[in-house]
Ligand binder design. Structure first.
Ligand SMILES: [Zn+2]
Length: 130
């Protein structure tokens, strides 16, 4: 089953949702959040001085789909995002799920009958599993 889907907005207004980390990233297995610097004040217990501590935290990103438009491919974990599930299940549905083929075939590749078959593994980021 393809993991990627697209969402088509059938509603009259732009559809907007936020890809919360717990709902989207954790299920999708990949974090798409922005990493933001976050400054928090901390009190040094030894000196009593107040300082700033810098830490990174994930800020969820939002997305919007204009009316009649289809979103770019997204992990199907998006269906767990608040607002998305409701929009898909609504009657009539506001969002329609469009399946995305897992491996899109290249269209512009010329077919040369006499060329030797190039089926030796073209590794694209695959790691050895042994
Ligand atoms: Zn995340």
């Amino acid at each position: 089953m393809a993991e990627l889907i697209r969402l088509k907005n059938r509603g009259p207004v732009p559809f907007v949702a936020t890809l919360f980390h717990d709902a989207y990233c954790r299920r999708g297995g990949k974090c798409g959040c922005r990493q933001e610097k976050h400054l928090s004040s901390v009190v040094n217990r030894q000196t009593g001085e107040t300082g700033l501590r810098e830490s990174m935290r994930a800020a969820p990103v939002g997305f919007s789909i204009p009316p009649g438009e289809t979103s770019p491919p997204m992990h199907r974990a998006v269906l767990y995002v608040p607002g998305v599930a409701e929009a898909v299940k609504a009657t009539p549905p506001v969002l329609v799920v469009v399946e995305v083929a897992a491996a899109p075939a290249p269209k512009s590749r010329p077919v040369v009958p006499s060329a030797p078959a190039e089926d030796s593994a073209i590794a694209s980021g695959s790691s050895r599993k042994r």
